[in-house]
Write a protein of this length. Structure first.
Length: 315
């Protein structure tokens, strides 16, 4: 009788699953010791490690009827790697915690890890280890690490009056793509693809630091909301120039709303000293001024922006 090939992770078992996963994960030069021991060992030439973590919960952050497993893995990596880059660092390693019901399709899990691995490779990082556990709902917990290469970290607290505000990367595409999917999927394919698989320009973080950026943030929850974090941390006000904001026609009649409030494209928004020669990937969209008492932290053409961004406990 032919031996039955496991179809689910429950049929395969925990340790055989770990073996199958780690076999798909080549290790880069920054990984001194990869999967297989109690913990990984990752080189930290700078002597400091940039670290961040995010959760993706099925039904909240992804739907299997909207996104394939490879795309889910890419997205899980991208949203963490972008946070590392937003500190001006280069990503080095990612750790994955996977919780799933035992009946989860084995091939689905393998493809998630493939996506995670390939997106890490885009950023120059490796998947160095992780954990798997049984749970009633699929959840991915991803931790990303990075190296500053001897430079200063870019925080949200350095913006100064007189600075210019610039963005790098697409804005509003993922948000518009989400609305297309929610409406049945009849819309521009590039918007749907942007929601399923963001494509951050990871080099933007180290580049911004080298250009002398005073503050930087990953636009994950909406441009207005994330620039609001810079304004609050820096004690300044930020005014956006509506005419300078990149609003391509493909975003539709609500394009400006998507640009201002849509997250998950993982573009980068930063502040730079006046006169900074920014390369073509960056677009100046506003300026920084002194805080205006109890006024709004971020305005558009001098007026408050009523639209908000993403809030996990309110949205």
């Amino acid at each position: 009788m032919d031996e039955q090939v496991p179809a689910t992770i429950g049929e395969l078992g925990e340790f055989a699953l770990i073996e199958r996963l780690t076999a798909r994960l080549p290790q880069g030069p920054r990984i001194a010791l990869g999967p297989g021991d109690d913990a990984a060992v990752i080189a930290a030439p700078d002597g400091r490690v940039v670290a961040t973590t995010d959760l993706l919960v099925e039904g909240r952050h992804f739907r299997r009827d909207w996104s394939g497993p490879y795309e889910v893995g890419c997205k899980a990596a991208a949203q963490n790697l972008a946070d590392v880059a937003a500190m001006g660092a280069r990503p080095t390693a990612v750790l994955l915690g996977l919780a799933a019901p035992p009946g989860t399709d084995l091939e689905w899990v393998l493809r998630v890890v493939d996506g995670l691995r390939d997106e890490c490779a885009r950023a120059g990082a490796s998947v160095a280890g992780g954990d798997v556990v049984r749970a009633p709902q699929i959840t991915l917990a991803v931790t990303a690490l990075g190296d500053l290469g001897g430079g200063r970290p870019l925080t949200r607290a350095g913006a100064r009056p007189g600075d210019v505000v610039a963005v790098c990367g697409r804005l509003g595409f993922a948000s518009a793509g989400l609305e297309v999917l929610a409406a049945g999927g009849d819309g521009p394919a590039e918007l749907v693809e942007a929601h399923r698989r963001p494509r951050p320009f990871y080099e933007a973080g180290p580049q911004a630091r080298e250009l002398g950026a005073t503050a930087l943030v990953d636009v994950s929850d909406g441009l207005v909301q994330d620039l609001g974090h810079i304004a609050a941390a820096s004690g300044v006000r930020i005014d956006l120039d509506g005419a300078a904001l990149p609003v391509p026609e493909v975003l539709g009649p609500d394009g400006l709303r998507h640009v201002l409030t849509g997250g998950e494209d993982h573009a980068f928004a930063g502040t730079f000293p006046p006169g900074t020669a920014l390369p073509g990937a960056w677009t100046v969209v506003g300026g920084v001024s002194a805080a205006a008492g109890d006024g709004p932290a971020v305005t558009v053409d001098g007026r408050p922006c009523a639209a908000a961004g993403w809030d996990h406990f309110r949205s």
